[in-house]
Design a protein around this ligand. Structure first.
Ligand code: GRF
Length: 198
């Protein structure tokens, strides 16, 4: 069986990327082919290299807001490594419809809320402000609308009275590390049945 090849895009520490790398072993239908960042200082790059995975950096800053020019460079290592699936994992650049359309139905993202609630940033503070009893994270297919594509999995956590955005984020992150690998394994085997945790 030939494995599906997975490129993972990061901007920071890459804890979700590490969880994905660690999951792609044994009878898993996919293997990592690239870890790519827009940030040369992303801590995840060293973790990927230590795991023996090819890395690349395309810094967005020289492009000074010319998203198309940045994306024309960003896409090169993804095609050069022959990625079948692209996983956004803590990747903090908004991608244009032009970029996203090249990976229709084969690009995933993890977002730290129970979509469709709290698209965008500061999701944990917004859940606390709203007084929600539960919160969580979502893996979805990436479509041109931000944080809007078909949901492939969700994990729920309780919101506790003493929670701060940081304590809630930490509880959600633990679930992200369980959810994303579970969704990728199912997605890479051609099964789009949503994963629900717990
Ligand atoms: C996580 O909260 C994730 O939900 C968001 O980026 C944050 C950092 O992720 N997408 P990571 O540790 O860099 O994987």
């Amino acid at each position: 069986m030939s494995h599906k090849k997975v490129a993972i895009l990061i901007s920071g520490g890459g804890s979700n990327m590490v969880s994905l790398l660690e999951s792609m072993t044994g009878d898993h239908p996919a293997r990592p082919c690239l870890v790519l960042s827009n940030n040369a200082d992303a801590g995840g790059l060293a973790k990927a290299a230590a795991a023996g995975v090819a890395t690349a950096v395309v810094d967005h800053r020289p492009f000074k807001g010319d998203r198309e020019a940045f994306e024309a460079e960003l896409v090169k290592p993804i095609f050069e490594t022959g990625a079948d699936i692209v996983c956004l994992a803590g990747f903090m650049r908004v991608l244009t419809a032009g970029f996203v359309s090249q990976f229709e139905e084969r690009m995933l993202n993890i977002h730290p809320s129970l979509l469709p609630k709290y698209k965008g940033l500061n999701t944990h503070a917004r859940a606390l402000e709203a007084g929600d009893a539960e919160h969580g994270c979502t893996v979805h297919e990436v479509t041109p609308l931000l944080d809007d594509g078909p949901i492939l999995g969700q994990a729920r956590v309780p919101v506790l009275a003493a929670d701060t955005p940081d304590t809630l984020a930490a509880r959600v992150l633990v679930q992200e590390h369980a959810l994303y690998p579970a969704v990728l394994r199912r997605f890479a085997s051609g099964d789009k049945t949503p994963v629900q945790l717990p």
